[in-house]
Design a protein around this ligand. Sequence first.
Ligand code: PLP
Length: 395
Amino acid sequence: MTVYADNAATTKMSRRAIEAMLPYMETTYGNPSSLHSVGQAAAEALQRARETMAGQIGCQAKEITFTSGGSEADSQAILSAAALGEKKGKKHIVSTAFEHHAVLHTLDRLRERGFEITLLDVHENGVITAREVASAIREDTCLVTILYANNEIGTIQPVSEIGAVCRERGVLFHTDAVQAAGHLPIDVNRENIDLMSLSAHKFRGPKGIGVLYTRKGVPLTSIIEGGAQERGKRAGTENIPAIVGMAAAFEEACEHMEENSAKVSSLRDRLIAGLSAVPHSILNGDRERRLPGNVNFCFEGIEGESLLLLLDRAGVFASSGSACTSGSLEPSHVLLAIGRPHEIAHGSLRLSLNEENTPEEIEYILKVVPETVSYLRSISPVWRDLECGKRKFML
Ligand SMILES: *Cc1c(COP(=O)(O)O)cnc(C)c1O
């Protein structure tokens, strides 16, 4: 048996999205900037996709800018708000310590340009409060940027409360909603969101395409120069097949959100209950405020990388944190941010599910993971020290 449980890294495309794309590669392959009818047919598809994306998050079509994905949308949102702030002499930004690297590394760049960045503490449960955001906002704050839902531990932030605080204080609010979109209902007006990043491949659309929602009146700074595409804010011929595929996938995900969420969260709960029985283990992230498909545990006395390799051999495809951190030996910045010690953070496992997973797969994971953890502990010198009392158990 093989089980794909790494849907927070990327998803298998949906059939509906693939089929929606094919005509835009085979017949309607024109450039939307061309004046002839093949180009104009592509331009119409572009407009329809823009309207579909806008309709699902409650904004206007012209507030949608297509980007190459979540990373570009995050960078452009933050750099645009920073440019606006700089003009007004406001060079302070509020964020959290457990953002995606697309946000954290963009903030690093701004710090080099003289911006001051406050990274809020996310506490052990991985959730911040609107009150904490409010007390971090200063006279010179130009932006609050906070993850809607965390990609590693799945915790969901009180976005509408944070949005209300930002609105009241006249500060722009950006949220990276890449993990939330298609999985949780989002309404940019109800939630007072000014800028928001989405990425298609996290909701069963194609890779390399995303959206930056920008509230009317908030000017974007181009980070790619060239033609006048996307109202002059993002040069380059539009990737029509990918844009059409994203819109189809998003519409499908939103249509089935309730039933998928019910199904996936019951699989998640079964998995959490089963893995909680492994001795010296701990669930990462709040038990209630978490994405329907996210399970993240630390197991004391093992290395996450070894666990992943053995799970791969057993046909279970998972992750130890974000796809970007895997492959480096640094423990996850998210697990460190919620206060896990280095040794514990190293023994992490993220299983991210979607509606394609089955109860049989969950039972298989529940057989393989505890066995593999026991095996790794049986050959670990650290575990031997723990068992004979030379070291103290932390979990
Ligand atoms: C995947 C991800 C991104 C990056 O999106 P890409 O489309 O892969 O660039 C950004 N933020 C979060 C929370 C993500 O999960």
